[in-house]
Ligand binder design. Structure first.
Ligand code: CA
Length: 221
């Protein structure tokens, strides 16, 4: 799981960041703290975060889903891009990782915009659907356990409005998806998932090769 953009040599990637990255100090601090974490590769790339913030602003999003919080970068970068009344519904199973996230959300002054649910995300999403929230979200980011991607995608597709956007992370798996010798479970599941989305008539699709591959799926009316 790369947290820099695949296929760009370091010098060019550094240049890209030097002329485009406008990372708020609080996000830089969070990224630096997370870099010390043994699972730091689960963090999204800063240029990817900035891209997602731009998408959310472009859409005028107010209500979003963050499936897979880890130490909170994706929730925070989106929350900062939302209007004051905006809301992020964040799903994760780890109290330990999200304790770091909460600390940064507080410090950034957006803790009241982020509603954290500690439970398997499928349960949280099913509860939202049962509570009548289908069609009410503008944006969803899927970045939790890869073997559940299809479950997260199907539920997100219900929860976003027509014209809403689902962004799915790590769809290139550091390049493993394109190597037929790679036959581990996650790679096979992501391959099948990518193929399914390619032909899914419910969405308009673009696979953006930013970070570890980010598929954008726009829900058709
Ligand atoms: Ca990821």
């Amino acid at each position: 799981m790369a947290n820099k953009t695949l296929g760009l040599e370091n010098r060019l990637y550094d240049y890209l960041q030097s002329v485009s990255l406008r990372e708020p100090e609080i996000l830089t601090q969070l990224r630096e703290e997370t870099a010390q974490h043994p699972r730091s590769r689960m963090q999204i790339a800063p240029d990817q975060g900035q891209f997602m913030a731009l998408l959310v602003q472009l859409m005028g999003a107010k209500k979003t889903l963050d499936i897979g919080v880890f130490t909170g970068y994706s929730s925070l970068v989106v929350a900062l891009a939302l209007p004051p009344e905006g809301k992020v519904v964040a799903c994760d199973v780890s109290e330990e990782y999200t304790a770091i996230a909460r600390r940064y959300w507080q410090q950034a002054g957006v803790a009241d915009k982020i509603e954290l649910h500690i439970a398997p995300a499928v349960e949280t999403l099913d509860k939202l659907i049962a509570a009548g929230e289908a069609g009410t979200f503008d944006f969803a980011f899927i970045d939790a356990d890869k073997n559940n991607y299809d479950n997260y995608y199907e539920r997100s597709l219900k929860l976003v409005r027509p014209g809403g956007l689902i962004a799915i992370d790590n769809v290139l798996q550091s390049g493993r998806v394109a190597d037929p010798l790679e036959q581990d479970n996650i790679t096979r599941n992501i391959r099948a998932f990518n193929q399914k989305l390619h032909h899914d008539p419910r969405i308009t699709i673009s696979l953006v090769p930013i970070a570890d591959g980010l598929t954008l799926a726009l829900k058709r009316p």
